[in-house]
Design a protein around this ligand. Sequence first.
Ligand SMILES: Nc1ncnc2c1ncn2[C@@H]1O[C@H](COP(=O)(O)OP(=O)(O)OP(=O)(O)O)[C@@H](O)[C@H]1O
Ligand SMILES: N[C@@H](CCO)C(=O)O
Length: 327
Amino acid sequence: MAVYTDVAADELADFLKQYDLGELLSYKGIAEGVENSNFLLHTSKGSFILTLYEKRVAKNDLPFFLALMTHLAEHGINCPLPVKARDGKALRELSGRPAAIITFLEGVWPRKPNATHCAGVGEALAKMHLAGADFAVRRANALSVSGWRPLFDAASDRADEVQPGLRAFLAAELDYLSSGVWPSDLPEGVIHADLFNDNAFFLGDQLSGIIDFTFACNDMLAYDVAICLNAWCFEPDHSFNVTKARAFLNAYGRVRKLSQAEEAALPLLARGAAIRFLLTRLVDWLNVPPGALVKPKDPLEYVRKLRFHQSVTSVRDYGLIPSGLVA
Ligand SMILES: Nc1ncnc2c1ncn2[C@@H]1O[C@H](COP(=O)(O)OP(=O)(O)OP(=O)(O)O)[C@@H](O)[C@H]1O
Ligand SMILES: N[C@@H](CCO)C(=O)O
């Protein structure tokens, strides 16, 4: 459960006086997520989500996330809308943290995603990439290649406590990915950068919306595809599911076709996407704040994913016929 910062009922009731959301009926900390503190609010005007932004999120970046959600919602993407207080501002402060209220999105995230869910996510991701094309605000990806080394440095001393040999494995992979191989000429735009199964809501098999834009940034669109490939297309035993990958990539491609260069870069991008989440998970695993209600995510899941991508040589391994070739 991610509640790093608790909020007292009277403090919350006072906070809500700044909004036109009616009276607070009840609220509770949400038993999911690892990054921020989230609360479900029931007021006389409906249900809302209150987020207190924690640790990895820089305060300066919050206007980007809130403006992006508004932009995407206005461009047909089903995502939460920031709620403005009476003074017109959505971003405020509560319990010493930057805080915002967003609208509640119906649906549940799939605990056991199937190929239909993967296709839904592929389509939604591509639509998000197109909808973000004319979003004017920019935010660099703080967790791209140059951001991985500090994470490694923060965790490397104790990495072998988590798995013997992990430090050397990570060091070698980081050296490789920062040796000039990382692509710099692929199409860029606004990416979600964290579209895991707990950030995509479904009603039945139909995607009802996407949430959690706290890692959204400008980067290669195909990198977002690689993040999803990792998050959606492996089984609980960490084996790669080519049927899910094909469903995801084909659905993405029907909305936004990947170029040959993007396809060719996928194995490398997937390695980068794997080490990014491996490293943040490792840092979190080794540094659970005392008293925080949070269940850190398993970094080793990503060791196995990374090893898989290290063995991939062609997009065929992801279930795709390379562009330009006849089936
Ligand atoms: N707009 C929303 N509508 C409905 N439920 C929501 C909404 N936003 C968040 N939630 C609920 O809160 C949970 C945590 O939210 P979120 O994923 O934004 O938190 P986080 O700490 O940033 O998580 P993550 O670990 O995915 O980065 C979600 O899984 C969902 O149950
Ligand atoms: N989705 C991330 C956590 C939030 O950034 C992970 O599974 O490691």
